[in-house]
Design a protein around this ligand. Structure first.
Ligand code: SAM
Ligand code: SF4
Length: 317
């Protein structure tokens, strides 16, 4: 379906839970989130119905995210059922990887084609610090499990944080030489609760290119990342710039939260609830949300924080 600005919306990102086993400083509060009542959340059946309806309106790609999607006991079942929805050509997953080792093969068998794993540092102490207690070894085991499970593509997502990991751009990017994976650097977005980051933490994607003078442009893959390649590398380095050079004009996404709210724009507080609706009601609400997708996310920087009204774990990234 086309929105009022003539953008074709084909990509649905679903946060299947707000809960997470980590507490990344830029994403969620230190003490986690208040668990919402079961009745407030979308059931697995409602979720699948929402995807069936979205597919009828032209959605072809679904990404399962969270919170941490793999803390949900039915994550594999959700992926399997969504992959079987007529019209859905691609189901992808974004995860912190720490719970992936026993689930990588079942997820692959359920029809998940691509996996993105978050990894902000290669230093165990810094990993524990940014995730407030996570283990780099666990995340790395997840990356190895993803590589072994035979997904079409494995990508690592690194949030660029000035003063934290800007000294690791080269070693992180060089993972693309050693492993068949992409490493994507994402500009830090100023969410409601990530106030501990001051102006100096927000560094533009161009800093990555300065650190990698030998990187050459690579063919685009239809995603939002600008792609580059290091000599001899097996995968690409991707640069994602929602802050310094937004890509709203070509945005093809809508988002669905675990409590059933459609968000036509990540940084807008506009939401459309799907909870409790029958098929016709869901279709009408989806059409309304897509049509009303804002033109762009508005100013976004350290002094113009996101107007999403939620932290990232409640949206899915
Ligand atoms: N738990 C999973 C994970 O960490 O990959 C999935 C959910 S997480 C919210 C999805 C993505 O959002 C991750 O790659 C994470 O790094 C990114 N993210 C979270 N907060 C962010 C922020 N303030 N700025 C930029 N990216 C952010
Ligand atoms: Fe959890 Fe992912 Fe947010 Fe980190 S980025 S707190 S792993 S949801």
């Amino acid at each position: 379906m086309i929105d009022q600005y003539n953008r074709e919306i084909t990509y649905l990102r679903i946060s299947i839970t707000e809960l997470c086993n980590l507490r990344c400083r830029y994403c969620m509060p230190a003490d986690g989130v208040c668990k919402k009542r079961h009745e407030e959340m979308l059931t697995e059946d409602e979720l699948v119905r929402a995807v069936e309806t979205a597919a009828m309106l032209g959605i072809t790609k679904v990404r399962i995210t969270g919170g941490e999607p793999l803390v949900k006991k039915n994550a594999v079942s959700i992926c399997r059922r969504i992959a079987a929805v007529p019209g859905i050509r691609e189901v992808c997953l974004t995860t912190n990887g720490t719970l992936l080792p026993p689930l990588a093969v079942p997820l692959r068998e359920a029809g998940v084609r691509r996996v993105n794993i978050s990894l902000d540092t290669l230093d165990e102490r810094k990993y524990a610090d940014i995730t407030r207690g996570g283990s780099l070894k666990d995340a790395w085991s997840g990356i190895e499990a993803a590589l072994a499970a035979g997904f079409d593509r494995v990508k690592l997502n690194t949030v660029l944080i000035g003063g934290f990991n800007d000294d690791e751009i080269v070693p992180l990017a060089e993972l693309t030489k050693k492993y068949p994976l992409d490493v994507r650097f994402i500009e830090l977005m100023p969410m409601c609760d990530s106030r501990e980051f001051d102006e100096s933490a927000f560094i533009p994607y161009t800093r990555v290119l300065e650190a990698l003078p030998e990187a050459v442009p690579a063919a685009a893959d239809g995603g939002v990342a600008r792609l580059y390649r290091l000599p001899g590398a097996q995968g690409n380095v991707g640069l994602i710039s929602p802050v310094s050079d937004h890509f709203c004009a070509g945005c093809n996404r809508i988002r669905l939260t675990a409590d059933g709210k459609l968000k036509p724009c990540l940084h807008s507080c506009e939401e459309y609830s799907l909870k409790g609706l029958d098929d016709a009601g869901m279709k009408a609400r989806l059409e309304q949300a897509i049509w009303n997708k804002p033109l762009w996310h508005g100013e976004l920087d350290a002094s113009h924080r996101s107007r999403a009204g939620r932290n990232m774990n409640q949206i899915g990234g």
